[in-house]
Design a protein around this ligand. Structure first.
Ligand code: FMN
Ligand code: MN
Length: 525
């Protein structure tokens, strides 16, 4: 049964012993981070009663915010991530996707009949409009303030408080399709925040499309990228150059504290044309119920704890950051659009749902691992030779991808690297290591042993240039830099390698069985 809302999810976590309620007073400035960071890094042994990643935390006594509650670390373990998606194994989700993609054209009546259940199931995924919902229990058109919510300052050098787990909803002005993306929001004052949609993300593309329309200059329209680029060239100061951003507004809604399938969907690197509301419906196998906003033409989840409605002004950019990021470093300040809140609606006694990012492993690492598992079958549509992938948490997802492939022709490892660099958000991958199918990429020790044994570095390392993650602080230019691919597959004569290839050392089965039998007698137990 799908979780109705954040509260049903909290109740389920509690019931499973996965929730710790904290009644001691805590400060939303830094203190909640320090507590959560320690809990995130607890291993099964460090806290015997708690699973790796500790438990989800519900802080019920927040300094300066009497009556408020903060939920954090809800996705922060493999087990809770599976609970959130209501599966015993993430491969189940991958399997459901595979089943959907496996549809062939029906050959006859019987085939058509067989397809009916699948078509009926699809009906369960589309979002449903409802006239009202709990997120409308309190409606504040004036007399509202973002400062009423226990929003965290995460790390000492952060520029301020940041909303870290919002579902930011925008509409594509051309297709009318909605996008839900998780982009952090720096709180500037009671009614405005930063809107940190990085330029390759869908919210940013909607913003640029609005700019194009407002100027009528098509693709030549100035964009915030152009403004940032110009600033980099001119001064490096905080003066925003006047490059003639057109006046105008873009409607934005933000839902905070939704059911876990929707929160997760907002971080999933979905193709631009697939609405995250539909993805959430697919994951929870029940439609997301949507209500209309009060002041903007957008729909939000009816059961959200808190909804912010407002506008991003097309001609305004403001310094955002620094912010302690999931790279383990602060992301530097940069120019981003500003979100002006015009109305807040919320449930009675709203629960504020948030997360922190920092040095891995942390909550977002488990979300990333779920994305890795779920996207593998989708990646295989374009890269059919993919056997498995691993994005180690220390590689913070965009820095390292380990890939095993079924190699069938010369140069295939390089083909796979290039495919990955052109596949949605996998384009950000700074280093791709490709190994043969007999290497288990989930075993980093095995990958290290075999990859480093197998390479002739000058021959097998390939560099390329392209877009890099906005958070990369080492690239030669912001958002643009190099990537590296390592072809660690066995080299073939057809690839110019004619030396003999040695066998891997493996004991024979007979001897192993003999020793198995003798093991006790040998006194090794
Ligand atoms: C906790 C967390 C915070 C994130 N913050 C940001 C952010 O500030 N800006 C951003 O562009 N992406 C951020 N992301 C990544 C996006 O949510 C992710 O790329 C998502 O696929 C974007 O959705 P979109 O493809 O619809 O734009 C964050 C992800 C997580 C898990
Ligand atoms: Mn999207």
């Amino acid at each position: 049964m799908a979780y109705e809302d954040l509260r049903a999810w909290i109740a389920a976590l509690d019931c499973a012993g996965e929730l710790k309620k904290i009644r001691a007073e805590v400060d939303p400035v830094l203190e909640i981070t320090e507590i959560t960071d320690r809990v995130s890094k607890m291993s099964g042994t460090a806290a015997a009663s708690a699973p790796p990643g500790g438990r989800a935390l519900l802080f019920q006594n927040i300094k300066g915010y009497p009556g408020s509650q903060v939920l954090i670390n809800q996705f922060g373990s493999a087990h809770r991530m599976r609970m959130a998606l209501e599966v015993d194994s993430l491969d189940e989700v991958a399997e459901r996707i595979r089943a959907f993609m496996d549809v062939k054209s029906p050959q006859g009546f019987l085939d058509k009949v067989k397809m009916l259940p699948m078509l009926a199931e699809m009906g369960k995924f589309f979002p449903k409009s409802v006239s009202s919902g709990p997120c409308k229990e309190v409606i504040k058109r004036d007399n509202f303030s973002l400062l009423d919510f226990p929003i965290l300052q995460c790390w000492p050098k952060d520029a301020g408080r940041f909303i870290t787990l919002p579902c930011v909803i925008t509409r594509d002005p051309n297709t009318g399709k909605r996008n839900v993306g998780c982009y952090r929001m720096q709180v500037y004052d009671a009614r405005s925040t930063g809107m940190h949609w990085q330029r390759q993300k869908i919210g940013a593309e909607h913003y640029r499309e609005m700019l194009r329309r407002a100027t009528g200059r098509g693709t030549e329209a100035p964009s915030f990228s152009a403004a940032v680029d110009m600033m980099a060239r001119t001064s490096g100061g905080s003066q925003i150059p006047d490059i003639g951003l057109p006046p105008g507004k873009m409607e934005v809604a933000v839902a905070i504290g939704t059911d876990p399938a929707l929160t997760f969907s907002s971080i999933v690197p979905a193709p631009p044309d697939v609405e995250e509301y539909l993805i959430a419906g697919f994951l929870r196998q029940k439609p997301v119920e949507l209500v209309k906003c009060e002041t903007v033409d957008l729909e939000v989840p009816a059961t959200a704890e808190i909804v912010l409605e407002g506008h991003v002004h097309l001609d305004e950019l403001r310094t955002e950051g620094p912010f302690g990021d999931h790279t383990g470093f602060y992301s530097l300040e940069d120019l981003y659009p500003v979100f002006h809140v015009s109305c807040i609606t919320h449930r009675k006694d709203p629960i504020y749902s948030t997360t922190i990012v920092g040095k891995p492993p942390m909550e977002d690492g488990w979300m990333g691992k779920a994305v890795e598992r779920i996207f593998l079958p989708l990646m295989r549509l374009t890269v059919p030779e993919l056997v498995d992938i691993n994005l180690p948490v220390e590689g913070i997802f965009h820095n390292l991808m380990l890939v095993s492939i079924k190699k069938s022709y010369p140069g295939q490892a390089r083909k796979v690297m290039n495919a990955i660099w052109s596949l949605g958000q996998a384009m950000f991958t700074k280093c791709v290591v490709v190994v043969d199918e007999d290497v288990n990429v989930q075993d980093i020790a095995e990958v290290t042993l075999k990859a480093l044994n197998h390479i002739d570095p000058e021959r097998d390392i390939q560099f390329t240039l392209g877009p890099v993650d906005s958070l990369d602080h080492a690239s030669r230019l912001p958002n643009y830099g190099s990537k590296m691919g390592i072809d660690a597959t066995r080299k073939w004569p057809a690839e110019g390698f004619t030396r003999p290839w040695p066998d891997e050392i493996l004991m024979d089965e007979k001897t192993k069985a003999v020793v198995d039998k003798k093991w006790k007698e040998l006194g090794m137990e």
